[in-house]
Write a protein that binds this ligand. Structure first.
Ligand SMILES: [Zn+2]
Length: 452
């Protein structure tokens, strides 16, 4: 059997993130985009006939990273909103920038973001778009081959949303319904309704989202929002609702196994218990939380409360990188800085960056580990840089010693999207061309946004 989605990865060190699969030297057989076997595969195995071989000797093979909170639309705002707290960061820089984006800008922002994500080993993302032109973002992402769940940002609350981005709640819901009908389940894309955060959304909008998601089957669209990122935001929510953020969202139907809440830095033990009881997922964004001075999320306590936790880089203006390996390292180190060196061992951190994200997206049975029968979303990390030597413990190396630039190959559904550190033609992404487009498009965008 042969084809663009069948491969034999020969001679690597496998880190399957699956307690039933062996960790150690071995091969990975992918047939028609699905993991068919892993371990030592004899050369006379009949399934290998006609399957191209990718030599990964001396490399570590792991499931693709899943980032469950990204803002692709913000990629062109990298470096435009530094050194500000969340609410000023939003009102003074990010919302004026998002208001000015046209379809071509959104396409370019998505392409630059996905190029960075693929090259650094992320194979699946959950994205919050902006209010307008969401089709352009979906089209751009679909062409690259990355796996993505996307939703247009929804914002309608008159007291907090600037006029240029403020929506009518029913019009916003109708537009999201139409986008969901067009994109959910199309190729590698899925849809998640994305009310931005409680501060920018009316109760009518939030309840409308909850009703829609509850009407769908368990494989239907999800919900993606922000919650309890910063104390000023928590105070605004309390002033409006009299409740803590997670509980206020919950009362409006925004909770449950198809809901992903980004951040949850400032949540009480009571909120944690409700997150666990409802099966609501939390995405931790460590770099963003540090850069915006938001605080350090209590990840160990959330895990102890049985909350599923995923990882995400958030957006380029608040990170300013989308490298999942940088987030993975910081995830582990921050918890140790607060709780001591035994907190959050490397294997647990890697689990969050892969299976945690897959579970949050409702894709835990399809991706997130190297397991026979799962889709072949695979990353190969090369041990060519001195900082990757020597290899004592591959899990330690991945969590503490790897950066995105160490990624050699990336496959999604068995399709090779990055080979030897280069984006392949299949992605339609060319870094030099993206650079030229950025140079051309940034001055008019910044003028329209009033930022230069
Ligand atoms: Zn965010």
């Amino acid at each position: 059997m042969s084809g663009a989605s069948s491969w034999l990865l020969r001679g690597g060190t496998l880190v399957p993130v699956d307690s039933h699969a062996p960790l150690g030297r071995g091969d990975l057989l992918i047939l028609d985009g699905v993991i068919a076997a892993l371990g030592v595969i004899p050369a006379d195995d009949l399934r290998l006939v006609g399957v191209p071989v990718l030599d990964v000797t001396g490399c570590v093979v792991l499931p693709g990273l899943v980032q469950a909170h990204i803002h692709l639309c913000q990629t062109l705002g990298r470096g435009l909103a530094d050194d500000l707290p969340l609410l000023r960061w939003l009102s003074e820089r990010v919302l004026p920038y998002e208001s000015a984006l046209d379809e071509s800008d959104l396409t370019l922002a998505a392409q630059v973001g996905v190029a960075e994500l693929l090259l650094s080993g992320t194979t699946t993302l959950l994205d919050m778009g902006t209010v307008r032109h969401h089709d352009a973002l979906c089209e751009a992402v679909a062409k690259t081959g990355i796996r993505a769940t996307l939703g247009k940002a929804m914002m309608d609350y008159a007291e907090t949303v600037p006029l240029g981005l403020r929506e009518d709640p029913q019009a916003s819901l109708r537009e999201a319904d139409a986008l969901c009908a067009r994109w959910h389940g199309r190729g590698r894309l899925r849809y998640a309704y994305a009310p931005r955060f409680l501060v920018s959304c009316s109760d009518e909008l939030l309840r409308g989202v909850a009703e829609r998601v509850n009407q769908h089957s368990p494989v239907g669209p999800g919900i993606h929002t922000h919650a309890s990122e910063q104390l000023d935001e928590v105070a605004l929510v309390r002033a409006r609702t009299g409740q803590d953020n997670v509980l206020a969202l919950r009362d409006r139907g925004i909770a449950g196994p198809r809901t992903v809440l980004a951040h949850c830095v400032h949540v009480s033990p009571d909120e944690m218990a409700h997150l666990a009881q409802d099966g609501t997922h939390v995405t931790h964004c460590p770099s963003s939380n540090l850069k915006l001075g938001s605080g350090i999320a209590k990840i160990v306590q959330l895990l102890a409360a049985q909350v599923n936790v995923a990882l995400g880089a958030d957006g380029a203006p608040c990170n300013n990188r989308l490298d999942g390996f940088a987030e993975l390292r910081l995830l582990a180190l921050l918890q140790k800085g607060v709780l001591g060196p035994e907190a959050l061992p490397a294997a647990q951190a890697l689990q969050i960056a892969t299976m945690g994200g897959a579970t949050a997206l409702g894709l835990g049975d399809q991706i997130g580990s190297l397991s026979v029968g799962k889709r072949a979303d695979v990353v190969v990390v090369g041990q060519h840089a001195p900082g990757q030597l020597p290899e004592h413990d591959p899990v330690s190396l991945l969590v503490y010693g790897t950066q995105g630039s160490d990624v050699r190959h990336v496959l999604v559904d068995g399709e090779l999207l990055v080979k030897s550190g280069e984006l392949q033609a299949r992605t339609g992404l060319d870094v030099e061309r993206l650079r030229a487009h950025c140079t051309e498009r940034m001055p008019p965008l910044l003028r329209r946004a009033g930022l230069r």
